[in-house]
Design a protein around this ligand. Structure first.
Ligand SMILES: *Cc1c(COP(=O)(O)O)cnc(C)c1O
Length: 424
């Protein structure tokens, strides 16, 4: 049983978006292997399938031999060294791999230490590339781009957690969230064009999560809406930033969500699954043109440089993770998962509390008609052998790619069962 002091956790540790004075329940995890977490609940140690991939990162599961080996090999050389004035093989190798995989032309790489920081860097690139003559960003409602200030300023202005900063953040321009797949787009396109044109000369870049908005509401929208936003930017001399921190590395069923839209951004942010969930690392990729424009700005260089930039340990593990992705047939794997999720979650569609069930690639969502009772749903899913963390009115899964059909059955059965038990 727990060998550490859970009371200390409760009294001294913040967890994500948590209260210090009345913290929620946290379950102690002792280890993880394959797709399972070993955690304690109700004074029992249980192994449960991780339906969240640790917030969408652990695509290969846990205790992955190739990633463990890469970590050990790199630890034998060096864990970290500064990147100012020095360089190393793990960074160069990973950058080569990313350039090879990224949409053509995105061949300049900036390593950042988290997804949020990569958005900070991408947005600074856009500002510098316009020499700060254009300072506003154009985006869509319902997005999520991170918790530091610049990404927060383009995250959904009304979507709960950042709204209290509304008067204090830079005011960017928000078009309505594009309609869901299958709904008509014409009115949205016309309104978005009108809004864009009112601000065109101030807009440095359009910044969006293409096709799938993640933490902003798991909204799936049409590639042609992405294309429309891109064409507005291009027409008016703005850059295009794609935040593929959630959608990259096959999560939506194609290598990038950008591929599904047949468009290439000027700046691409990747993170989350980049290290297979082992360590924090993100990257910003851009074109030679943007890099040249950044250098032509008064600063004469890209003005950002985190202490842990291109951390060798993280880069080495990320390289091994990308090699591992090459060893799967990702297209077939994600299709298999997609089908498993669609079939397994379908029965939830018949429940009166369920507004919609949707899947895209290895993402499955049950949208409720009311806020989710997170503690109750979490427990009900644990009772069924699954770790899940709903938010707002969304009970969703982004499983590891190594889930078997049986694991997928356990996940979908637990989600449907938990929603039935708690909400019906
Ligand atoms: C998670 C996420 C971020 C923020 O990444 P962190 O590593 O948590 O800072 C940004 N954009 C998207 C789309 C994300 O899903």
């Amino acid at each position: 049983m727990t060998s550490f002091d859970l009371d200390f956790d409760r009294e001294h540790l913040w967890h994500p978006y948590s209260s210090m004075t009345s913290p929620g329940t946290v379950y102690p995890v002792s280890s993880a292997a394959g797709v399972r977490l070993r955690l304690e609940y109700d004074d029992r140690e249980v192994e449960v399938v991780d339906a969240m991939s640790s917030w969408w990162c652990a695509i290969h599961g846990y205790g992955v031999p190739a990633l463990d080996q890469a970590a050990r090999d790199q630890l034998g050389k060096m864990s970290h060294v500064m990147f100012g004035g020095l360089t190393h093989e793990p960074a160069v190798k990973l950058a080569q791999q990313l350039v090879d995989r990224a949409p053509a032309g995105l061949d300049k790489v900036f390593f950042a230490d988290s997804g949020s920081v990569s958005l900070e860097v991408a947005m600074k690139m856009a500002w510098q590339a316009h020499a700060l003559r254009r300072t506003r960003f154009f985006t869509i409602r319902g997005g999520y781009h991170g918790d530091t200030f610049s990404p927060m300023s383009v995250t959904d202005p009304d979507g709960g957690m950042h709204s209290m900063y509304a008067g204090f953040l830079p005011q960017h321009v928000f078009a309505d969230r594009p309609p869901a797949v299958g709904e008509p787009l014409e009115d949205w396109k016309a309104a978005t064009s009108r809004l864009y044109e009112q601000h065109a000369s101030e807009i440095a870049a359009v910044v969006i999560e293409p096709v799938l908005q993640g933490a902003g509401g798991m909204h799936v929208y049409d590639p042609s809406a992405v294309q429309h936003l891109v064409s507005l930017a291009r027409e008016h001399g703005a850059l295009v930033i794609f935040d593929e921190i959630a959608t990259g590395f096959w999560r939506t069923g194609t290598d990038w969500a950008a591929s599904r839209c047949h468009v290439t951004p000027d700046i691409l942010c990747v993170g989350k699954a980049l290290t297979g969930g082992y360590l924090t690392l993100a990257a910003v990729l851009t074109t030679a043109e943007v890099a040249a424009a950044v250098d032509a700005s008064p600063a004469g260089a890209m003005m950002h440089g985190p202490t842990f930039m291109a951390n060798p340990l993280a880069c080495a593990i990320a390289s091994a993770s990308l090699d591992l992705l090459d060893s799967y047939d990702c297209f077939a794997t994600i299709n298999r998962i997609s089908k498993g999720l669609a079939d397994g979650l379908a029965p939830a569609g018949d429940l009166p509390v369920v507004r919609e069930v949707r899947t895209l690639g290895a993402v499955g969502v049950i949208e409720l008609d009311r806020p989710a009772d997170v503690p109750a749903l979490t427990r009900a899913a644990l009772d069924r052998g699954v770790w899940v963390r709903p938010f707002r009115n969304l009970v969703y899964t982004m499983p590891p790619y190594v889930c078997t059909d049986e694991d997928l059955g356990v996940i979908t059965g637990a989600l449907v069962g938990a929603v039935t038990e708690v909400c019906a």
